[in-house]
Ligand binder design. Structure first.
Ligand code: GUN
Length: 294
């Protein structure tokens, strides 16, 4: 039987409609407009495309949006100064520095410089610490989006065997942590994290009720590696070519056509996790605006 295709685009759209409504209300009742600044350093095509997407959605929802583009060779100090400027700017409720940064810039130092109250990416150690402790905080956008997807499709998570491939700070570590937490909203799972040091990845992937793949390897997961009926969440966005019109050809970390024959549900790439990441960034920025101004 073929898997249910999880329509992340449609789910994201539905959430965006609600955000848009709330933005209008906030403006009418309190004259508050959520403000988001995106900071892009350099010319990485993937990063340019992600930031463009974030800007487009932010503007379509009625946010106050600022797009900062800095050259590849910008100094760490200049970037720190820019962050400080937006930390102090009362019109800005969310600061997003697109990662990765060029090698000469210390990523940790930059993330640490963002006011945790404006850290809508949820990357600051204060927010990461709160997340691990199960305290209210900004959740990182991709893991947050995955939680919402699982909730929306009614996926049973409590007691499920979840296997996460990848241990990045942005996806693997936080999603593993969130899913094992004891809480009402999508948690209480038994979580295994696989990484480059894992001896037998297939042993683990075959046991997964929910398989989350975030390793950046095109079509790495094939049907023989999963359990019949598993829910497969593909976080990979790999650029495997370019169309004659100059558009990137994308594929996930999962061999979609092959795996959908065996999975119970699966996210496509594009149109799965990606739109959710952008949407949760907007949600965090809206929540930040609401909190900032009481
Ligand atoms: N690079 C890849 N994913 C992300 C993300 O969610 N936020 C930021 N800031 N950079 C990224």
């Amino acid at each position: 039987m073929s898997a249910k295709i999880i329509d992340g685009k449609a789910i994201a759209q539905e959430i965006r409609e609600n955000i848009k409504r709330e933005v209008q209300e906030l403006k009418e009742k309190y004259n508050i407009v959520p403000g988001l600044v995106t900071i892009l350093v350099g010319e990485d095509p993937a990063s340019i495309s992600y930031v463009k997407g974030k800007q487009k959605v932010s503007q379509s929802l009625g946010f106050y949006s600022i797009e900062e583009k800095l050259p590849e060779n910008v100094s760490e100090n200049e970037l720190l100064k820019l962050i400080e400027k937006y930390n102090k700017d009362p019109k800005i409720h969310g600061i997003l520095v697109q990662l990765p940064l060029p090698k000469h810039i210390n990523e940790r130092k930059i993330i640490n410089a963002i006011d945790p109250k404006k850290d809508v990416d949820g990357f600051h150690p204060i927010n990461v610490g709160k997340m691990v402790m199960g305290e209210p905080c900004f959740l990182p956008c991709t893991p947050y989006g995955i939680l919402v997807l699982l909730e929306k499709i009614g996926c049973p998570v409590e007691g499920a065997e979840v296997v996460v491939l990848g241990r990045s700070n942005i996806v693997g570590k936080p999603i593993a942590n969130l899913l094992m937490q004891k809480r009402k909203f999508i948690g209480n799972a038994t979580v295994t994290v696989c990484h480059t040091g894992t001896r037998d990845i297939v042993f683990h992937t075959k046991r997964a009720d929910i398989l989350i793949v975030a390793i950046g390897k095109p079509k790495f997961i094939t049907a023989d590696m999963i359990k019949e009926g598993a829910v497969v969440i593909d976080v990979g966005i790999n650029r495997i070519g370019i169309t004659p019109e100059g558009k990137a050809i994308l594929c996930g970390d999962v061999d979609f056509e092959n795996v959908k024959q065996k999975a119970g549900a699966i996210t496509p790439v594009p149109g799965g996790v990606g739109p959710m990441t952008v949407t949760m960034l907007m949600k965090n920025t809206l929540e930040s605006a609401k909190m900032w101004n009481g």
